[in-house]
Design a protein. Structure first.
Length: 426
């Protein structure tokens, strides 16, 4: 964590000097005509190079059990690939499905299937309810919120804490309101804060009484294996805890290899209780005769086993850790002690969350844009793109090369100094 956003007592004179310097720095920055992009959490070309062998698929196109993978079938996906991911996603192999190329697509489908078909434990389809709502821990992932918006699902914001969503708020809302049908969770190295849910948070999510009998936790474990340090964060086993507390059908687990092998060319996973898996397969069997098992086989041959997966992720960490370190170093050098910003120092995942004084985030993003530095729009971390505090900026350090990243972050700190000092003087 950086210093808290609290302006230290500076005289007007000092602030004016700082503002003037920031104005000059910003003008110089604009004059350089940069074109840098920190918007989306994408792997860099060098990270993608790590998986190039994926396309050299050698040997027979058959499964371990001897089935011809060139043909239709196998709705559950290749068992040997599911076995590689079973431990890391904390889903028993028989309850874990390997599907297409995108977990977001599976989350979309889960919502559509729940709208159009009654969930295990449910009394009616979600479309037949007068209104449904999802709890949205904020800051969160914009595409989750976009799905709710797309399907007319009301979004109720819940503040994040260093242990995950504020569980006192979550427990109260789910207990009192049957309209609340779900919650979005990115439990490990959350987007954008890098938060790892505590064991107690996971236990409370599994155990809490809910007014809706068909309440679901959308457990998007997108960064399950994406550690930046040698200490791999472990989270409690949600699926097992749900079963233990008599809520076996509560969790929908999602994951993918998008940031392991190729983004958009990987494999996505869905895991849940036996009843939910049966419900899911009844719906997906109408949608497809089976997934792309050739791509799944490529992943088996490339990753080999759970240790092969971990070894591959260490290569990613070696490439992106210096980027996360550089961001922290520059933010510390330029902003520490100014009272104008605080930021997260995640141990994994893809993002750093930068907090600026209230009412400043949009202006900082706009000033960066003037200087040719593209940032995720301020507010994207909140439902409807509206951060009521206008203070959160998501930094995605992975895609640019090291020099470009350092240039962009240095430029960003100029914009924070400019907007922050102008605000304090206003
Ligand atoms: N979930 C989270 C939390 C993400 O940050 C992302 C991508 O940034 C995704 C899901 C997208 O996953 P996929 O490529 O499997 O659709």
């Amino acid at each position: 964590e950086g210093t808290p956003v609290n302006a230290p007592a500076s005289t007007v004179e000092e602030l004016t000097t700082q503002r003037d310097r920031a104005q000059q720095d910003h003008a110089a920055l604009v004059a350089r005509g940069l074109k840098l992009d920190l918007t989306r959490g994408k792997p860099s070309p060098r990270q993608l190079d790590l998986a190039d062998d994926l396309v050299d698929l050698q040997g027979p196109l058959t499964s371990a059990a001897g089935t011809d993978l060139r043909n239709y079938g196998g709705l559950q996906g290749l068992p040997e690939l599911r076995a590689i991911f079973s431990d890391e996603l904390q889903v028993p192999v028989e309850q874990l499905l390997a599907a297409g190329n995108s977990s977001l697509e599976l989350m979309h489908d889960a919502l559509v299937f729940a709208q159009l078909g009654t969930l295990p434990g449910g009394q009616r389809r979600w479309v037949d309810e007068p209104e449904i709502a999802f709890l949205c821990p904020v800051p969160g992932y914009d595409r989750h919120f976009a799905l709710c918006e797309r399907f007319g699902i009301k979004m109720i914001q819940v503040p994040m804490t260093p242990d995950g969503p504020d569980m006192d708020v979550v427990e109260r809302l789910v207990a009192e309101d049957p309209k609340v049908k779900g919650i979005w969770c990115v439990p490990k190295y959350s987007n954008p804060d890098g938060t790892v849910y505590s064991d107690e948070t996971v236990r409370r999510l599994a155990a809490m009484p809910t007014a809706a009998p068909d309440f679901r936790i959308f457990w998007d474990n997108a960064y399950a294996v994406h550690h930046l340090t040698d200490e791999a964060a472990e989270i409690a086993d949600l699926l097992a805890l749900c079963a233990e507390h008599g809520n076996a059908d509560r969790a929908f687990v999602f994951g993918s290899t998008s940031k392991i092998t190729f983004a958009g060319g990987g494999v996505a996973f869905f895991g849940s209780s036996p009843a939910n898996i049966e419900w899911w397969q009844a719906a997906t069997a109408k949608r497809s005769i089976g997934p792309d098992k050739i791509n799944q086989l490529r992943h088996v041959r490339f990753l080999r086993d759970a240790e092969g997966l971990r070894e591959h992720m260490r290569k990613h960490a070696a490439l992106i850790r210096p980027k996360f370190d550089a961001v922290d170093k520059i933010l510390t050098a330029e902003l520490d002690g100014t009272g104008l910003a605080s930021w997260t120092k995640p141990a994994g995942g893809y993002f750093i969350s930068l907090q600026v004084p209230e009412g400043c985030a949009r202006a900082v993003v706009a000033k960066a844009k003037e200087a040719g530095i593209a940032l995720t729009p301020a507010g994207a971390t909140h439902p409807y793109g509206d951060d009521p505090t206008d203070s959160v900026i998501r930094i995605a350090p992975t895609f640019p090369d090291q020099a470009e990243l350092e240039e962009a972050i240095t430029g960003l700190t100029t914009c924070v100094r400019l907007v922050g000092t102008e605000k304090l003087l206003a």
